[in-house]
Design a protein around this ligand. Structure first.
Ligand code: BV8
Ligand code: ZN
Length: 255
């Protein structure tokens, strides 16, 4: 069943040279990774400030690291879903494609996407805050197992933290610049599975609009971004994206 029936969307996509996509936790929901703010979102039980900030890491290292360790285990058991694979397909269609994600689960990369612009880091990477030593998931497991009071320490004695961006921390400069650049040059910008609550990532869809992009939102619900969207495709991204990419294939000759 064709999902693209909107004539203006069809016109824009036919001429699109640059397509950019921003994904949030919603694209991984069908892989079994809980979202943050949905009905059973992670943070409905625990507030973000209690967990995802350097202050709480420093004051409640064991609680915060238990939470991240649990999330690493969840991620390791999950697999990319058809939505992740569809975006990898889509990347081959336009002249230029950018995939920007707020997610830290690495599922885009596991679905074959390359050059993923990770705005909030990657939960499968950990590092020592004192000497910067990186720890793979396996190495971190080892340290965590022998940690005194669940406080994982590097051989230099420094605390080990996940390589994610916490509230109040700056996003990786280079990745943020690439994301801004992708948004302002996009002819079509897809916002997929994000509630648009967290800045500066949530500024990207509007930035794309200001740059003249046709904004498509894919979400199970309306969000703060919906008012700006030129086309809203409401539903599960794991179902919508494969259909949308099939339609785009008929409109865009292979780049
Ligand atoms: C910064 C990593 C400045 C960690 C995350 C006061 C003090 C300090 C900062 C601020 C402040 N007030 C505001 C700010 C800015 C703050 C912010 O935006 N706060 C918000 C909450 C008000 N931002 C920051 O602090 C950022 N840094 O500003 O630094 C600075 C500059 C220079 C020098 C120093 C400092 C850092 C933000 C990054 C925080 N880290 N994650 C971790 O994961 O543990 S944020 C977290 O939220 C995740 O990364 C997540 O990706 C992100 C956004 O959430 P979503 O992805 O949108 O997920 P959500 O659950 O909300 O929504 C899911 C959506 O999917 C829903 O709409 C749902 O309907 C939909 N959905 C569900 N299922 C499906 C679906 N859609 C389609 N299909 C489905 N099947
Ligand atoms: Zn160290």
């Amino acid at each position: 069943m064709k999902i693209l029936s909107d004539p203006s969307a069809i016109e824009v996509i036919k001429k699109a040279k640059n397509i950019a996509v921003l994904t949030g936790a919603g694209i991984s929901a069908e892989s079994g990774i809980p979202t943050f703010r949905g009905e059973n979102g992670l943070w409905t039980k625990l507030s973000p400030e209690e967990l995802a900030s350097f202050e709480s890491f420093y004051q409640n290292t064991a609680v915060v690291m238990e939470w991240y360790k649990h999330r690493q285990e969840v991620i390791m058991k999950c697999k990319p879903n058809p939505g992740h694979y569809a975006l990898n397909e889509l990347s081959r269609l336009p002249e230029h494609f950018d995939l920007i994600t707020q997610n830290i689960d690495g599922l885009h990369q596991r679905a074959g996407s390359r050059d993923v612009i990770e705005l909030h880091g990657n939960l499968l990477e950990n590092y020592c805050i004192r000497c910067g030593q990186k720890y793979s998931v396996e190495e971190f497991d080892e340290v965590f197992k022998n940690a005194i009071n669940h406080v994982p320490r590097c051989h230099c004695g420094g605390l080990i933290r996940p390589n994610v961006v916490w509230f109040g921390e700056a996003l990786p400069r280079e990745n943020l610049e690439m994301a801004y650049n992708a948004a302002i040059h996009a002819d079509v910008f897809l916002s997929v599975g994000t509630s648009g609550q967290v800045r500066p990532a949530a500024d990207l869809p509007n930035l794309a609009k200001q740059g003249g992009a046709f904004l498509i939102e894919i979400n199970t619900q309306k969000t703060v971004l919906s008012g700006e969207a030129d086309l809203i495709l409401q539903g599960n991204s794991g179902e919508i994206l494969p259909q949308l990419v099939e339609d785009i294939k008929t409109l865009l000759p292979k780049a």
